[in-house]
Design a protein around this ligand. Sequence first.
Ligand code: COA
Length: 153
Amino acid sequence: MPTLAANTEFEIRPAAAADLDAVIHLDTQITAMPKVEYWHGIFERFGRRETDGFFLVATSGEGVLGFVVGEIRAWEFGSDPCGWIFAIEVSPDLRMNKVGTALYAALCANFRKAGVSRIRTMLARDAQLVMQFFRSQGMMAGPFIQLEKELDE
Ligand SMILES: CC(C)(COP(=O)(O)OP(=O)(O)OC[C@H]1O[C@@H](n2cnc3c(N)ncnc32)[C@H](O)[C@@H]1OP(=O)(O)O)[C@@H](O)C(=O)NCCC(=O)NCCS
């Protein structure tokens, strides 16, 4: 089990229904956008299928320290099956203790077990911290570009 600088041990395990309030609290703290229904929906889609292990939490005696969520998607946009990481968040008080790295590694291991050999994610251009984190894990620019347009009223 990895150890935090403050000697707090933590483990990575599949998210449980009882973790949802803490996940929502942490996400609200980080994004300033409460999304209660969204997170309940994510848990229904990914948390209930514990065998997948694509919605993971890092926990210690102090509760939920962070979480990661991903999914395997196939064939959209002409893409081979790959694992998408679409959220990773660690409590601001506990960062730089490799909690994010442990969450990322556990999700990647579960993607591997499920048979995919490539992962992808997407982030805002100005999200420098998240970029630093993913770059530290060896992730690089991929072959796709994103296009968008405001729809007319
Ligand atoms: C990105 C995040 C998950 C990283 O979690 P963490 O537990 O602090 O990450 P780790 O301790 O495992 O750091 C791993 C590496 O990431 C990089 N990194 C992490 N935080 C960094 C920082 N503040 N500055 C520069 N590099 C950083 C470093 O390379 C670090 O390796 P090192 O410790 O050997 O230097 C966390 O900062 C976070 O939750 N940020 C907000 C995420 C967010 O906004 N999510 C919303 C959209 S999904």
